[in-house]
Structures are given as C-alpha cells and as structure tokens.
Ligand binder design. Structure first.
Ligand SMILES: NC(=O)C1=CN([C@@H]2O[C@H](COP(=O)(O)OP(=O)(O)OC[C@H]3O[C@@H](n4cnc5c(N)ncnc54)[C@H](OP(=O)(O)O)[C@@H]3O)[C@@H](O)[C@H]2O)[C@@H](O)CC1
Ligand SMILES: Nc1ncnc2c1ncn2[C@@H]1O[C@H](COP(=O)(O)OP(=O)(O)O)[C@@H](O)[C@H]1O
Ligand SMILES: [K+]
Length: 483
C-alpha cells in the first residue's frame, strides 16, 4: 500500500523526530537522498552543470546542501537565490565551501544558466508553499520548463498544493520529484501529479501513523489479497450473481461492454435486464437475460445500472430498493435522486467522470478537474455513497462514517489510452461483479479501477485500444496480479 499524508501530519512527525536528533540532521538526510537521486538521473556527476533554484525556506536549504554534495563530486553548481538575504545560511556556506557559485535569481535573465543546465533543482518551495508562485519564482519555473536539462523537484514541484493536488497558475514541471518522509496527496492527484514526474521517496525516519493517511493507493499485493477466488464448494450462485441494467435501442453497445466487464469480474453469473438482450446474447451467450423489470429477474448479489440507458428510468426504482449493493454509472447518475440513494440501507457505489460529477454537484467541469479530491469527497458525503471519480486520476471516496481506517483511495494504474468510448462501461460491469463476489464497496471500486487500468496498459502497450480490448485483457492482468 502506498500512503500519502497531509502537511499537518508530516509537520507533526517532523517535530517529534527533530526533538530526538541533533540540529540539522533531518535536512542532511533529505539532502543526501536528494543528491543521490540527482546523481542517478545525471549518470555522470563530474563536469555536469547544475542550477539550483533556491527559495528562502528549508526547501531551498535541501537544494543548497544537495548542491554542495554534488559540487564536491565535480559538478559545476550555481545557486540562484530568490531572497538572497533570507536564504538558508548554513546551506549557503556549505555550497560556497564546496566551490559552488551563488547568484541572485535575476541573474538568470542575463546569464541563461537555467536554460543551459544539465539539471535544474527546484528548491523554490516545498510544503511551506502558499497559493500560486510569486512572480519572480514563477519566472524561474518558466525558465526551468524551457531548459534543455532535466528538472528535479525537491519534496514537491513548486507551485502545486501539497494537500489537494490543485495548481494555482505557473508551477514547476519536473521530470522527477524527490520527496521526504512521506508522499503528499498532491504528488498522487492530478493536476499536480502531472507536474511531479517520476517519484522517489526518501526515508528520513519520520514515523507516520497509518490511521492518519490522507490517501492510499493499492499495490499489486493488496489487490491480490482482495481478488475473489472460488473454493472447492463454490457454485455459480455462491460465487455471486451480478445484475446489469444497461443499454437502449440507441446504445445497445453499452450493455454489451458492461456485461463484458461483469463476466471478467469474478461473479459466477451475469444477469442482463434491458432492451439490448439480443446484442448481449449474440456476443456473450453465457449471459442470463431477462425481459421483465429488474425485480422479476431473479436473485442477484449486486446490481449495476446506468450505462447507455438514455432516459429510461423504469428499472431504477426496483434496483435502488433492492437490499444488495448497487453501482450507479452514466445515465443512471442523472436519473437517480439523491434522497433515494441516501436512504438506501445496502451500499451504493457511484462512478461518475468529471462531467457527470460536475452535473451532480452543480459546478463547472473544470472545477471538478482542478479539485478532484474535494469533489469526490463532497459527492460521497452528499449521496452517502462510495464514489469513484474517473479521469486522469481515478479517486475513490468512502461514504462519511465509514470508519477512520478507510481514507480516500487513488488508483495507481491506468493510461490516457483509456480515454476511449465505452471503457467506463467495462469498468462499471467489472466493479459490479466484484461487489457481487463479496468485496466491500471501496475495495470493489479500488480493485475494479486497478484491474481496469492495468488491463488498458496491457492491451494498449503504446497503441490505441478499444473498450473491448480492455475487457478482453482483464483475465491476463488478473493472473499477473495473482502472481
Ligand atoms: N517535513 C520534514 O520532515 C522535512 C522537511 N524538509 C524540507 O523543508 C521543507 C519545508 O520547509 P519550510 O517550512 O521552510 O517551507 P518551504 O517549503 O521552504 O517554503 C517556505 C518559503 O517559501 C516562501 N513561499 C511560500 N509560498 C510561496 C509562493 N507561493 N511563492 C513564492 N514563495 C513562497 C516563503 O516565503 P515567506 O512567506 O516567508 O515570504 C518561505 O520563504 C520541505 O518541503 C522539505 O523540503 C527537509 O529539509 C527535512 C525534513
Ligand atoms: N486522461 C486520462 N488518463 C487516464 N485514464 C482516463 C483518462 N481519461 C479517461 N480515463 C479513463 O477512461 C475511462 C472512461 O470512462 P467514461 O468517461 O465513463 O467513458 P465512457 O462513458 O465512454 O465509457 C475511465 O476509466 C477513466 O478513468
Ligand atoms: K520544490
């Protein structure tokens, strides 16, 4: 499990550790890790040109000490100070005595040092940053973006919000971020995540209480432990039956794709209810189709409702009144009424993309994309449901009161190739199937997103994929995860 902590929790752990260590020890650990990461990226330190962008806080101090270490190994290191009179004094002294050069930030305009550097180290601000970068700092971020060299962010790319992943205006775009003690939510959530590049976590000895994690990301082992597995005494009903209410005369394909996902999600059988039975059966003869309303379809352990429904709300009341987990996607999100969803006793999972989430919240789509974490939590609270917000970062928020052990999850798999019509239908079927197989709502959503993202990577392998390809790749990645 990868965990991220908010700034307040990191600061508390930092204070506790600092009280037990000699002064400056933590910064030395951070700088040693940073210098080693820079050396790895450069390949050859001796003779390389390094520009340090140095703010007036400890983030700048880390950059200065790391710069001193690299200068001692033969790099040509120049520090550009944003506030020369407030820069970290002992860091500056260390850099100078290692042979580094120190200039004011304005010197970049005349010297072009940042543009010519092999490596730019962004020590402008870290977890002490507030709001958008100030103008001079923003100029350095722009210069770094135009540089031929690599950019490494110290702790966080300067200009991104550590706790929320929002980005106000100009922010550094790093090829890699070397972060200390713990991941911060902003490193895992877009739009900030896109600024961070490859992540490297340096252990500086901080002790962080697992129960205080702000965000978690399942890894292979965690997902492997959650995957349903039939036992000797299993039969198709004991494995769970998932019911799919999807498709319309206009969108029969959505039904086929949701069933395609459901058939690969571990349930023992898939029931289909809706007007696209012919299309579903001709592609998947193993589906149990039913002509009447959901209530007459026979028992299921979970329902999926919504993909391609259009305006047909006729099955919704049956599904929402069923005492089994329900996943609501696509058109179902628009048709379901918040009060009815809130009143449900069995779990509800909702899977909007940013546009659908924006419509539910009554805000612009851009706001959801800029504030994903706040948006998904707000929806989970409003609907008292587990909400999976899709997009470049997929987030899963549990309903309020779901226990402290259940922070928001961020999905670590996926690829932009997934942005293809119908791939969301596959995800809803897959996740519904995992619900029917008995996974808890947040586990089903996180496992569904994980397998779906991995299947897309596997199927794409650098080329376009269709939603069907994603569904077809699920068994292969399931095997991979099981190891
Ligand atoms: N946690 C840990 O365990 C460890 C933490 N360590 C390191 O300490 C870092 C935190 O250091 P920190 O607290 O000194 O704050 P930091 O990020 O340097 O920023 C403050 C400075 O930025 C400025 N500033 C603020 N906003 C700005 C803006 N928008 N645009 C421009 N400037 C802005 C602000 O200016 P002021 O408001 O004072 O005028 C102030 O000068 C942390 O990220 C990590 O690298 C490691 O060394 C060891 C272990
Ligand atoms: N930029 C992106 N990067 C990674 N994944 C994306 C991106 N955009 C969309 N996705 C993923 O693609 C899928 C699209 O689902 P959705 O928007 O519901 O499409 P549809 O309704 O056509 O099925 C979701 O799993 C979503 O997380
Ligand atoms: K930084």
């Amino acid at each position: 499990m990868r965990t991220a902590y908010d700034v307040e929790t990191v600061r508390t752990a930092e204070r506790a550790l600092m009280a037990r260590l000699p002064e400056g020890a933590l910064m030395q650990r951070a700088a040693a890790g940073l210098a080693a990461a820079c050396a790895d990226l450069l390949g050859k330190v001796y003779g390389s040109r390094i520009a340090l962008l140095v703010g007036s806080g400890d983030n700048g101090g880390d950059a200065l000490y790391a710069g001193a270490r690299l200068a001692r190994r033969g790099a040509g290191v120049t520090a550009l100070l944003l506030s020369p009179d407030r820069a970290h004094a002992s860091g500056l002294a260390a850099l100078r005595s290692a042979g580094g050069t120190v200039l004011g930030a304005e010197a970049d305009a005349s010297t072009g040092i940042v543009g010519r550097a092999d490596l730019v180290v962004d020590g402008i601000v870290g977890i002490g940053g507030k709001g958008g970068l100030r103008p001079r700092a923003a100029q350095l971020a722009t210069a770094a973006a135009a540089s031929d060299g690599l950019t490494v962010a110290v702790d966080l790319p300067s200009g991104v919000d550590a706790d929320t992943g929002t980005v106000h205006g100009e922010a550094v775009r790093a090829d890699a971020t070397v972060t200390f003690g713990a991941y911060k939510p902003g490193l895992l959530v877009d739009p900030a995540r896109a600024h961070a590049g490859a992540l490297r976590l340096i252990d500086i000895g901080l002790e962080l209480p697992p129960g205080r994690a702000e965000l978690t990301a399942l890894q292979h082992d965690d997902v492997a432990a959650l995957l349903p597995e039939p036992a000797g005494e299993s039969d198709k009903y004991r494995r769970g039956v998932v019911g799919v209410v999807a498709g319309s005369a206009r969108y029969p394909g959505a039904a086929v794709l949701a069933v395609a996902g459901a058939l690969r999600g571990g349930a023992g059988a898939v029931r289909y209810v809706g007007p696209a039975a012919q299309a579903v059966l001709s592609r998947f003869p193993e589906t149990l189709v039913s002509a009447g309303p959901p209530a007459g379809a026979g028992r299921v352990q979970a329902w999926v409702i919504g993909p391609g429904l259009g305006d047909d709300a006729s099955g919704l009341a049956d599904v929402l009144s069923a005492d089994v987990p329900v996943l609501i996607d696509a058109d179902g999100l628009r048709l379901a009424d918040a009060k009815t969803v809130r009143a449900r006793t069995a779990p509800t999972v909702m899977t909007p993309h940013a546009g659908e989430a924006a419509a539910l919240l009554g805000v612009e789509r851009g706001r959801v994309e800029a504030e994903r974490l706040a948006s998904v939590r707000e929806l989970a609270e409003r609907y008292a449901a587990t909400v999976l917000l899709k997009g470049s970062t997929t987030l899963i928020a549990p309903p309020p009161g779901d226990g402290d052990s259940s922070p928001t999850r961020v999905n670590p798999t996926g690829t932009p190739w997934l942005a293809t019509a119908g791939s969301g239908d596959v995800l809803s079927g897959l996740t519904g199937s995992l619900l029917a197989a008995g996974l808890a709502p947040a586990d089903a959503a996180a496992t569904g997103a994980y397998l779906h993202g991995l299947a897309a990577r596997h199927a794409a392998d650098g080329a376009p994929v269709s939603a069907q390809d994603v569904a077809a790749a699920i068994p292969a990645v399931w095997r991979d995860v099981r190891g």
